[in-house]
Write a protein that binds this ligand. Structure first.
Ligand code: ZN
Ligand code: ZN
Length: 307
């Protein structure tokens, strides 16, 4: 079977030249924190911008653009894409197109970031630093590629993060640039990447998803709910990835709030038989038989006490 991802005639390995900005951002974050001094609110800003932007990655890039887990207006769809683009994780159509491929080939040879196939480091960061995957898979994301404003944003995906960095520099000087942009963005990268790497290695399995996806509370906390990855691989199209009340899912709480404001709607959640792990094919004949029995018995007779 040909490698569906090998669309480009370039080596499928880490590319040192295209990786330079990625490593430079790490150096700017690590060196910068020693150069700008320390005030208590610097990390607060970094963490705030981490979680606000993580929401746009998880609720926007992932649950909306990759999985269409809820509906929204065209203008708010653009807001979701714009917020996600500030995370410097390439364009929205690039991200969602590749992610749809991940679900199509989960942990099989054509999965471009599977720890089972090429190791945890490759799944975490290696594939992103390869030139093999730097083009948008428009064939996978035709639905959203129909919007010219999304194609434009996808093409100019570096503009929003650069604007954010410049704005932070203008507002708060070097400390805000280092903590608010570089530290926050580097953490955001690795937080997001854990779902491609660690959540296919560490955690528990509730559902038979035919891949290595796991549920992991720690990863759910750092990714606004994406750590319930076994739930997600088993039933992908839901706005919530924590299927039970104790499965913390900040992005879903925020989506519920936004739905209360009328900004998003039709949030999809797992049907009860899916959530409870009962296959519809097994359940359906039982339900149908029970309905037939109850409908065929007159209520008066059915309610009569047993002799
Ligand atoms: Zn997904
Ligand atoms: Zn996965």
């Amino acid at each position: 079977m040909p490698n569906a991802s090998a669309a480009r005639d370039v080596p499928d390995r880490f590319d040192p030249v295209t990786s330079l900005p990625f490593f430079a951002a790490h150096v700017a974050a690590l060196v910068g924190v020693f150069l700008v001094g320390f005030k208590w609110w610097y990390p607060v800003v970094a963490i705030a911008l981490y979680y606000v932007r993580m929401f746009f990655v998880t609720a926007g890039y992932h649950r909306y653009f990759s999985h269409r887990a809820y509906k929204t207006s065209r203008w708010f769809q653009f807001v979701l894409a714009l917020g996600g683009t500030t995370c410097a994780q390439k364009g929205v159509l690039w991200w969602a197109g590749h992610h749809r491929d991940h679900h199509k080939y989960s942990d099989q040879p054509d999965d471009i970031h599977s720890p089972r196939q090429k190791g945890v480091v490759w799944a975490h960061v290696g594939w992103i630093l390869s030139r093999q995957y730097d083009e948008t898979k428009f064939d996978r994301i035709k639905d959203f590629a129909a919007y010219p404003e999304l194609r434009w944003l996808n093409k100019w995906h570096l503009v929003p993060p650069v604007v954010l960095a410049v704005a932070l520099q203008l507002i708060g000087g070097w400390p805000l640039l280092v903590w608010g942009f570089f530290v926050s963005t580097v953490l955001l990268w690795h937080g997001t990447f854990t779902i491609n790497s660690l959540s296919h290695v560490f955690g528990s399995v509730r559902y038979p998803s035919d891949d290595d996806s796991k549920n992991n509370l720690l990863l759910a906390l750092i990714t606004c709910g994406e750590g319930w990855h076994n739930n997600h691989h088993y039933y992908q199209s839901t706005a919530n990835q924590g299927f039970f009340w104790w499965e913390v899912d900040f992005s879903y709480y925020m989506l519920k709030a936004l739905s209360g404001l009328g900004l998003v709607w039709d949030l999809r959640t797992p049907p009860k038989h899916i959530r409870d792990g009962v296959k519809p094919s097994l359940l359906a004949p039982l339900v149908a038989a029970a309905q037939t029995r109850s409908e065929s018995v007159p209520p008066r007779v059915a309610a009569r006490p047993l002799d």
